[in-house]
Design a protein around this ligand. Structure first.
Ligand code: HEM
Length: 518
């Protein structure tokens, strides 16, 4: 009898294992294979069949990263297949399509709010803080939010807040740890992110936010720490296997500590937003220069509907996460290129001296006259933008993209290198840093009459709402660094770009600086 029950236990167990193996084989191998074939038959380019990770094996964890150019493989694919309009790879339990044709990309951006939803993917653990903000809201909710946020965060608002950018840049630069007049080495991106993080906090909550400390640190620093903690988890194996729930369960000490920090931080933000609401109720909103939080709490749409306190909180963390890291990286990478190409730096400096003689001349109008600097930033973005694509989308319905039949559930991805940036037909000597290519009517997008070949801030209705602020910040940081310091890189420094949360240098930019008046 006992022997029998032993046998039936093992039978049951083996049957369970076999069912599990069949289930995972169908889900992660057979289904993605059939789906990839479905797209291949429609003429899409495909690479080797690598289940689950697909193309990511070549970039995030593969030879791309080992070469110090995360997208080397995609760039090569583009070179060898200039005519490919779409490319497909298996990915997790489905297929992932990459756009490789600007007319399809244009169609995609036009229909993005109709046919696709964003796939949080690695950003999953951030959803409690940003899920209701502009980046991840969808359909009607996004439309309403985009309208209300655009009403408040318009160009004149940024113009009014220009002094926040100049003062913050000056302040952080004045804290560089010089001892005497000799050179020091700074981690450029870390330093510039202090500026870009502070700017978002001050624009959102007003100057008084500088006095607000949590755990003895300024709010922007706490959010930056929380950011790093969540990003580290996002890129880890537990997130890939179990998702954000594992971190929330707090099984590990570091997860418990981070969750405690997040909780306190969110409670502080809630308190601050309540404070803003009270200020509005007491009529203080009208008399003082308004913060973005106050404007967002006041704005109404045509139905008289407003953003809730929770939505405003999520806009803040969204702006911080979308604007701090990216813009700090952009400023960092421009200083790298300034050191690498001193002839361009000299030309930019001459142009600066023509239009901006002192800090008082740092106006939006004067900054927009700095064409060489603008072209330099554009080329820095083309060669090494922190965001080389859009957040992956998932098709919400079966639909047509150009002549292609796209099935519901397919991931649609953009990688700007594969799309157009590494394409010699658009950018001659695509691998070379040549800011002069953007001069006047000869600029590739103008010459080809195709603005979709270069959209570092994306295109269409869901383009980057912070793009003007980002470029203004990059220009002011660049102006200040050139004016104040001699800059150089360690003699053997080699730029190695990795795809982590953003496309970023392996270990910051070690920038050697020395006061110019020394
Ligand atoms: C170099 C700096 C930046 C780059 C390269 C960049 C790039 C992008 C890109 C490519 C998108 C489209 C994402 C997608 O649809 O999948 C985007 C969206 C967005 N960006 Fe930026 N961004 C930068 C700076 C900023 C700044 C400074 C802010 C705000 C302070 C910001 C706020 C946003 C928001 C809220 C969205 C979502 C817009 C929507 O879906 O309606 N970004 N950005």
């Amino acid at each position: 009898m006992e022997l029998l029950s032993d046998v039936s236990f093992w039978k049951l167990f083996l049957t369970f294992i076999v069912i599990l193996i069949i289930y995972f084989t169908v889900k992660f191998i057979i289904r993605p294979y059939l789906l990839t074939r479905h797209y291949e038959k429609q003429g899409m380019l495909t690479g080797r069949f690598i289940p689950i990770l697909g193309y990511a094996l070549y970039t995030i964890v593969g030879p791309g990263n080992a070469r110090g150019d995360a997208y080397y493989y995609l760039k090569q694919l583009r070179k060898k297949n200039p005519e490919a309009r779409l490319m497909v790879f298996p990915y997790m339990d489905g297929a992932q399509i990459f756009l490789g044709d600007t007319s399809l990309y244009q169609e995609f951006t036009v229909n993005q709010t109709k046919y696709y939803t964003k796939e949080p993917g690695f950003a999953g653990p951030f959803m409690d803080m940003i899920g209701q903000g502009l980046i991840f809201s969808e359909f009607e909710k996004w439309k309403r939010q985009r309208k209300l946020v655009s009403q408040a965060f318009h160009f004149e608002f940024i113009q009014k807040n220009l002094s926040v950018v100049t003062d913050t840049t000056k302040d952080i630069i004045s804290q560089f740890p010089f001892k005497g007049n000799g050179p020091i080495t700074i981690r450029a991106i870390d330093e510039f992110q202090k500026i870009t993080g502070d700017v978002v906090c001050k624009i959102f909550f007003g100057q008084q936010v500088s006095n607000k400390l949590l755990f003895g640190k300024p709010l922007s620093q706490v959010l930056a720490d929380v950011n790093i903690g969540i990003i580290n988890y996002s890129m880890s194996l537990p997130n890939l296997i179990f998702g954000p729930k594992f971190q929330k369960m707090g099984l590990r000490k570091k997860d418990r500590e981070l969750m405690k920090k997040v909780k306190l931080f969110v409670a502080t933000l809630k308190e601050m937003i309540e404070g803003e609401k009270e200020a509005i109720a007491n009529g203080m909103g009208k008399s003082r220069e308004k913060s973005l939080a106050r404007l967002l709490l006041e704005e109404t749409d045509e139905n008289g509907s407003k953003l809730s306190g929770e939505e405003v909180l999520h806009q803040f963390t969204t702006f911080f996460l979308a604007g701090m890291d990216t813009t700090g990286h952009l400023a960092g990478i421009t200083t790298y290129y300034l050191c690498k190409y001193p002839q361009h730096k000299e030309a930019i400096e001459k142009e600066m001296d023509q239009f901006i003689k002192s800090e008082e001349d740092l106006t939006i109008e004067n900054l927009s006259k700095l064409e060489l600097m603008g072209n330099f930033i554009k080329e820095a973005l083309r060669c090494n933008s922190p965001a080389v694509g859009m957040i992956p989308r998932v098709a919400a319905v079966d639909h047509m993209l150009g002549p292609y039949k796209i099935r519901k559930g397919t991931y649609i991805n953009t990688n700007f290198y594969f799309l157009s940036w590494a394409d010699e037909r658009n950018f001659k000597d695509a691998n070379e840093f040549k800011p002069e290519r953007w001069a006047g009517a000869e600029a590739p997008d103008k010459k080809l009459g195709n603005p979709f070949i270069f959209t570092p801030f994306s295109a269409g209705a869901r383009n980057c709402i912070g793009q003007h602020l980002a470029v203004i910040e990059a220009k002011i940081i660049m102006w200040s660094m050139i004016k104040k310091f001699k800059m150089s890189l360690p003699p053997n420094f080699e730029l190695r770009m990795m795809q982590r949360f953003l496309l970023e240098p392996e270990d910051d930019i070690p920038l050697i600086i020395e006061p110019r008046n020394a």
